[in-house]
Design a protein around this ligand. Structure first.
Ligand SMILES: [Zn+2]
Ligand SMILES: [Zn+2]
Length: 242
């Protein structure tokens, strides 16, 4: 028997526990306190948050040694890269992608659109492009999580979104176990521009779920710029920080 939705108590998107009170949206208080929103100071290029809360934004060591192809990247919140699976933000991302919980796209996309308001409001963007999945992985998962996130940003900021601009032609090994250098090599040449689309002279916002080394969005940015894009900005839901 179908139950009307309002009979279901709101559940935490990470741990599935009850949400009490009115202030916690999407997460229970226990999970919410572990979700570390990204605040200043940060690297003004890649958006890496700096642990010392007193300083100003500046360029991080990674960006100094290798300038990214994009203008700037920002994320909504971060989780520790080498930590336990139980971190609520990692947990919710895993549920979304590997647990194929399509229904998480809307709340997570909204959190991202709202949380990155300062950044998104300042980016002169003509077109939103989600990072594509390889067709094989897309078939297996049934949806591209980045498209669902990008859709919410598109709605919130009234900017068109096109998931068919970039194509992922090569199936790449999962990035998770790879070192920074290997990640770059792994995604090199993985993306191409759809010959039916043009990005010439356009300012692009790339959307992905997680920013780890930045190798994927950097490679996408390279392809976009090589095909005439003016500026590329990046926004992700989460950032894995070491
Ligand atoms: Zn929870
Ligand atoms: Zn940086």
């Amino acid at each position: 028997m179908e139950m009307p939705a309002e009979l279901y108590p709101p559940r935490c998107r990470a741990c599935s526990g009850r949400i009490h009170g009115r202030d916690a949206e999407y997460f229970c208080a226990g999970c919410w306190q572990h979700i570390q929103l990204i605040t200043h100071p940060l690297c003004h290029l890649c958006g890496r948050p700096f642990p010392d809360a007193s300083g100003d934004d500046h360029t991080c060591g990674v960006c100094l040694s290798r300038a990214p192809q994009f203008v700037a990247a920002r994320a909504w919140a971060c989780y520790p890269r080498d930590e336990i699976e139980e971190h609520p933000l990692r947990q919710v991302v895993q549920k979304f992608k590997y647990g194929r919980r399509v229904s998480l796209g809307k709340p997570l996309g909204r959190l991202m659109a709202r949380g990155c308001q300062e950044f998104l409001g300042a980016c002169p963007v003509d077109l939103i492009i989600p990072v594509p999945l390889h067709p094989k992985r897309l078939r297996w998962r049934g949806f591209n999580q980045s498209v669902l996130l990008a859709r919410q940003i598109s709605h919130a900021y009234k900017i068109p979104m096109d998931p068919f601009v970039l194509r992922r032609d090569h199936e790449t090994a999962p990035q998770t176990q790879l070192a920074e250098d290997e990640r770059r090599k792994n995604v090199r040449g993985a993306f191409t521009l759809n010959p039916d689309r043009s990005v010439d002279g356009k300012n692009i916002l790339l959307v992905d779920d997680v920013y780890t080394s930045g190798a994927t969005v950097n490679e996408c940015s390279r392809i976009l710029k090589r095909n005439g894009s003016k500026q590329v900005f990046v926004v992700t839901l989460a950032r894995a920080v070491s």
